[in-house]
Design a protein around this ligand. Structure first.
Ligand SMILES: [Zn+2]
Length: 198
């Protein structure tokens, strides 16, 4: 069985500039490269799971997505980081492009892509983590996966509830490197301390 870190893409790995599909527009968030190296060194596979509704909306094509995805893989490879896989959902119930118009199981919070990954890579969810900037990225925590919510994309009310430990033990971190340091046991993992409990 493998252990994995499931990673959301926009807002977690790279700056969310809204429907990013061009290489020139792809910018790693601070600490991401270092964080991925730590996860890798701890023996985790790295798998991106991303909803890309920009395809359904006609903002860019599936081919555009794949080109950027390939670039990310080779760029990380040049930094000695191996991305095991990336899975994406191009659908949307009210998509502009007819071929993508559907209620699918792969668009987050759906678990379709996670289930595929678990099967294809024999993943032990209890030993794995999922990291995203929205709660909808973290639904797999209902199946025993451990989770981190990163950054400030979610509202302060939700972040406060997460800090109190109200969502499946999901922890909040300001960025990916902080998550990696917790996984690496280099900083204290205890969250929801008294200062957060008003
Ligand atoms: Zn889908």
């Amino acid at each position: 069985m493998n252990k994995v870190v499931f990673l959301d893409r926009d807002g977690t790995i790279n700056v969310d500039k809204q429907y990013v599909y061009q290489i020139d527009n792809f910018e790693y968030l601070p600490g991401v490269v270092e964080a991925l190296k730590i996860f890798q060194a701890k023996g985790y596979l790295l798998i991106i799971i991303t909803s890309q509704s920009g395809i359904a909306r006609g903002y860019f094509t599936e081919n555009d997505y794949k080109k950027l995805d390939q670039w990310i893989k080779s760029d990380l490879e040049s930094k000695k980081i191996h991305l095991t896989a990336s899975y994406y959902c191009p659908h949307l119930p009210d998509a502009l492009i007819p071929q993508y118009r559907m209620e699918c199981r792969c668009r987050k919070p759906g678990l379709g892509l996670f289930e595929r990954a678990v099967k294809e890579y024999e993943i032990d969810l209890r030993e794995s983590y999922v990291i995203g900037d929205r709660l909808r990225d973290l639904q797999i925590c209902n199946k025993g996966c451990k989770g981190f919510l990163v950054g400030n994309t979610e509202g302060s009310d939700i972040i406060l509830e997460v800090k109190k430990g109200r969502y499946n033990g999901i922890k909040w971190c300001s960025n990916l490197l902080e998550c990696a340091n917790i996984v690496n046991n280099t900083i204290c993992a205890v969250r929801g301390s008294k200062e957060h409990l008003t």
